[in-house]
Design a protein around this ligand. Structure first.
Ligand SMILES: [Zn+2]
Ligand SMILES: [Zn+2]
Length: 143
């Protein structure tokens, strides 16, 4: 189903489809930029170029190049110096959204979070039992 939406890049109203989530103009611009970058990278001597070098030599914004990499339009595996920044620390990565270091850190955090939740549960259980015991004595005294 198509629907009218404002383009996330330029705010123009356009018809959103499954294939396209940006407006015609931005789509064309995207395509042109992609061709420029791909042409640049086709040269053997440019294979080791960094994001910054590509940006400087092609005039295409780093933001665009990063997006091409992130969406897989540029295959970074073929280019040793290409990648996009880790969402957490900004280190250059080639897949996923965060780098290995941050992924490990996050795993550690998750682990300690799980441990903490476990501990809280234990405390709750203990309190519940204490309360039950308390009630039990209370009732037995009442009889
Ligand atoms: Zn647009
Ligand atoms: Zn990172």
């Amino acid at each position: 189903m198509n629907q009218l939406e404002s383009c996330p890049r330029c705010d123009k109203i356009f018809v959103k489809t499954k294939m396209r989530d940006i407006c015609e103009e931005c789509f064309k611009k995207d395509y042109e930029y992609l061709q420029t970058v791909l042409n640049f990278l086709r040269k053997r001597t440019n294979r080791t170029a960094s994001l910054k070098e590509i940006c400087e030599k092609t005039g295409v914004d780093i933001e665009y190049i990063e997006r091409f990499i992130q969406t897989g339009k540029i295959k970074v595996a073929d280019f040793p110096n290409l990648g996009y920044p880790c969402k957490k620390c900004g280190a250059l990565i080639k897949d996923g959204t965060i780098c290995i270091k941050c992924r490990e850190e996050m795993n550690d955090e998750l682990r300690s979070f799980a441990k903490e939740t476990e501990r809280q549960k234990e405390i709750e259980e203990r309190n519940k039992k204490l309360q039950q015991n308390h009630q039990a004595t209370y009732y037995s005294q009442d009889e």
